[in-house]
Design a protein. Structure first.
Ligand SMILES: [Zn+2]
Length: 65
């Protein structure tokens, strides 16, 4: 998702001008500005959560065999 640093605005690909610039200020938007760290954080958090739940499930199974 393109990101305009000047407007501090997330831009839809269809919102960009024909030159691929910000329609509001004309600056060249940055690609994938602030989403990667957030996306990585979400992935890491999900993996940790699922790992924790799997660990819980294994513990439950071990105690109930
Ligand atoms: Zn802009």
């Amino acid at each position: 998702m393109p990101w305009c640093e000047t407007c501090d605005e997330r831009l839809g690909t269809d919102e960009l001008t024909d030159e691929g610039r910000c329609p509001f200020c004309g600056a060249e938007p940055l690609e994938h500005r602030s989403s990667p760290w957030y996306f990585k954080f979400m992935v890491v958090a999900t993996v940790i959560y699922l790992g924790y739940r799997a660990f819980q499930g294994m513990t439950w199974v071990i105690h109930h065999i």
